[in-house]
Design a protein around this ligand. Structure first.
Ligand code: MG
Length: 216
């Protein structure tokens, strides 16, 4: 766990990332990328391996230039002009969190404790329906007042728009909200710049420790 900023006295709400933050299943996560690249290759009527390689080269180049590996969605927009709406629809059609994930007792207990003191929401670069189904299969959906997917604002993280929307729904200011996620650039960088608190989680154990860390 890396705490970048944490103003315990001011926190009223927590925004969680979902993928690889609230579950740890690389197989499912990797399948999301594979399914999406496969769909793009189909649309372009090109070979999967060629498209995959092209994307890999592009992401490596951007990482070398900026120090940050770009997410898949923005990479597809840049390389092939794929729109956020298309990505959202394709993900909705292809992804099946129910095939990979299960109820997580420790996560339930963690969120139960956090929900006593904080409003809780999720911001994901998946469509809202996939985000909700993911929370449902983990059996924690009831703790989340809002799930904001890319179909809601039409923008994928790392833009600040989905975070702004949740802060507004929480009815507080950015300084009253904590962002929790597994990728600094995607989940924390802009929220921190806008005055939010930010915690990078490196595994599920870090998430399970949040009540202790926040309420000490
Ligand atoms: Mg994530």
């Amino acid at each position: 766990m890396k705490i970048f900023s944490l103003n315990r006295d001011k926190i009223q709400g927590i925004i969680f990332d979902i993928d690889l933050t609230l579950y740890d299943n690389r197989h499912y996560y990797d399948s999301q990328e594979t399914l999406l690249i496969d769909r793009v290759a189909c649309e372009l009527q090109r070979n999967f391996e060629d498209v995959e390689q092209e994307i890999k080269v592009y992401r490596r180049k951007i990482q070398e230039e900026t120090g940050n590996r770009p997410a898949l969605g923005p990479s597809l927009c840049k390389l092939y002009g794929v729109t956020v709406a298309q990505i959202s629809r394709w993900r909705e059609e292809a992804l099946n969190p129910e095939h990979y994930l299960n109820r997580d007792e420790e996560l339930i207990s963690t969120l139960e404790q956090l929900a006593k003191n904080y409003k809780i929401a999720a911001v994901t670069n998946n469509p809202t329906s996939i985000g909700r189904r993911t929370l449902e299969v983990l059996d924690v959906a009831g703790f989340f007042s809002d799930v904001v997917g890319i179909d809601v604002t039409g923008q994928s993280k790392p833009t600040i728009a989905p975070f702004d929307l949740v802060v507004e729904k929480f009815g507080c200011s950015h300084e009253n909200v904590l962002s929790v996620g597994d990728r600094y650039e995607v989940d924390l960088h802009l929220p921190l710049q806008h005055g939010m608190s930010g915690i990078l989680v490196e595994n599920l154990e870090d998430v399970y420790r949040l009540p202790e860390v926040l309420m000490q």
